[in-house]
Design a protein around this ligand. Structure first.
Ligand SMILES: [Zn+2]
Length: 487
């Protein structure tokens, strides 16, 4: 698939994201450098004419680009990277489910063979716009995702959609109607809770946001919670930004610190925790709050799960506690149905003679991320410890005593026989001190190491070791291939 893609395809599907590189050729025609190929592949899938040609799965390894807002070095947050992505096309939802399941199982086998510790989790489709998606997250010292797992092992999710059950607030006595209370100069939940002597969890926090179409919406979460941007994005079905001070004053007649859901003219999207119980809210008047505000009685709202879960919340499946870990996402699979085939008019003639839209899914693995994860999860203080399946070289052969013809000849012949046996071999025949060579070998982390030197050769032997183990073994030079094959 080409990297340079006509922007028309993206205009047809209406995907428009700030992370997409855009450019113009000399005639003014627009192009994109996409980070994913649904448009391109679906466009070509228009070649499919009949149900008899289905299902189909197309895949490629390709360069992708992404206008990453905060690019970094290394292999994680980069602007250009290689992806394995595949795309399935089926007649119907049932077929899609089968293609999705095949990928899911294949991804498990791939990540197991790569030696990674990983979790398959429910994930936020994000810009892919799918209905159902699963991510593959690997706990790691660095990473951009947060993996939420239950201590009892029955729940795992990306924080973007994870659900947690927080403690029940310590509610004050119930009121028959909201009661105004003066709260001069109070702008934070902590200060509010302290002044009124109430539990912060029995207060609410209002977050006015503006959708891309300009509509202002009031988000409402419990005082001790944070609004989850990803969940809000899913609920609103549109990008959004925080409202400006002017927009807030014009709409509510008060500053941001005194907002609440009672008597407002805008849509209120409230976290479902707020459905029951009475909460302290802003009074939409500077320096005032309301006590005893009750959903349904005092205001109407659309109730959705929009809170960000917190460490220590209770698992949605059991009584266990939720645990948070930094993680790297190495793969993601999506069911997108007719999301792309409809706008791109990728249809086929079904058995009943009717023209139907192809039903699709897409599936991606980031090889660079797999490597980064292997390094993060497998290193020790001396360097990388590559899993055999993805090591750049299987065997690192070190030739000591560069001046000795015998040593060099044996090292070269050992390397040649390993190569012949199918291993990828790195031969270090540099004229350097042994300590340096050993340190470099540890740093590079090839799974197996063979050291050829004068000393061991006196017995016709060489020293071998596995990178993950400590200590050398001595084997006959003629047995090195056998030793390597057994590992
Ligand atoms: Zn649980």
């Amino acid at each position: 698939m080409p990297v340079l893609t006509p922007a028309e395809l993206w205009e047809k599907t209406g995907r428009d994201y700030p992370e997409i590189f855009r450019l113009e050729d000399r005639t003014g025609r627009n192009f994109v450098l996409p980070m994913t190929h649904e448009e391109t592949v679906t466009f070509h899938a228009r070649e499919i004419q009949s149900y008899r040609q289905l299902p189909q799965i197309l895949y490629h390894f390709s360069i992708k680009d992404r206008d990453e807002p905060r690019p970094r070095g290394g292999l994680l947050r980069v602007r250009e990277f290689i992806m394995k992505d595949s795309y399935s096309f089926d007649r119907d939802e049932e077929g899609l489910s089968r293609s999705f399941e095949l990928h899911r199982q294949a991804y498990h086998r791939i990540f197991e063979r790569c030696g990674l510790e990983f979790y398959e989790v429910a994930a936020e489709p994000g810009i892919m716009g799918g209905r159902e998606s699963q991510g593959f997250l690997c706990p790691s010292g660095s990473g951009e995702n947060t993996l939420v797992t239950c201590e009892r092992g029955d729940y795992a999710a990306d924080i973007e959609i994870a659900r947690g059950v927080p403690r029940v607030p310590d509610f004050p006595e119930r009121r028959e109607a909201p009661e105004k209370v003066e709260t001069p100069g109070v702008t934070t939940i902590e200060a509010l809770a302290e002044l009124l002597g109430v539990d912060a969890a029995a207060t609410s926090k209002a977050m006015p946001v503006v959708k891309t179409d300009g509509t202002l919406v009031l988000g409402l979460v419990r005082g001790d919670d944070r609004l989850s941007e990803s969940k809000m994005l899913g609920v609103l079905g549109s990008g959004f930004r925080p409202a400006t001070d002017d927009e807030i004053r014009n709409t509510f007649g008060a500053d941001g610190g005194s907002l609440g859901p009672v008597g407002v003219s805008v849509e209120v999207v409230a976290d479902e925790l707020l459905r029951d119980g009475q909460y302290v809210t802003g009074a939409n008047r500077d320096g005032w709050h309301l006590l005893g505000v009750e959903a349904g009685r005092d205001y109407e709202a659309r109730f959705e799960d929009i809170r960000e879960p917190r460490e220590g919340d209770v698992c949605p499946e059991c009584e266990g506690r939720l645990h948070f870990q930094t993680a790297i996402e190495v793969g993601h699979i999506f069911k997108f149905g007719t999301r792309y085939s409809k706008p791109l008019e990728a249809t086929f003639l079904d058995e009943d003679g009717k023209e139907k839209s192809l039903v699709g899914g897409s599936y991606g693995i980031g090889p660079g991320r797999v490597m980064a994860t292997a390094v993060e999860q497998g290193h020790d203080e001396n360097g990388i410890v590559w899993p055999r399946a993805i090591a750049p070289y299987d065997v690192h052969v070190i030739s000591l005593d560069a001046g000795s013809d015998e040593v060099r000849a044996i090292a070269e012949s050992v390397a040649a026989s390993l190569d012949e046996a199918g291993d990828d071999v790195l031969l270090d025949d540099r004229d350097q001190r042994p300590g340096e060579k050993f340190a470099d070998a540890d740093l590079m982390g090839c799974p197996l190491r063979v050291t050829v030197g004068k000393k061991s050769l006196e017995d016709g032997a060489v020293d071998v070791r596995e990178r993950a183990a400590t200590g050398d073994e001595r084997v006959r030079a003629s047995d090195v291939v056998k030793w390597a094959v057994e590992r």
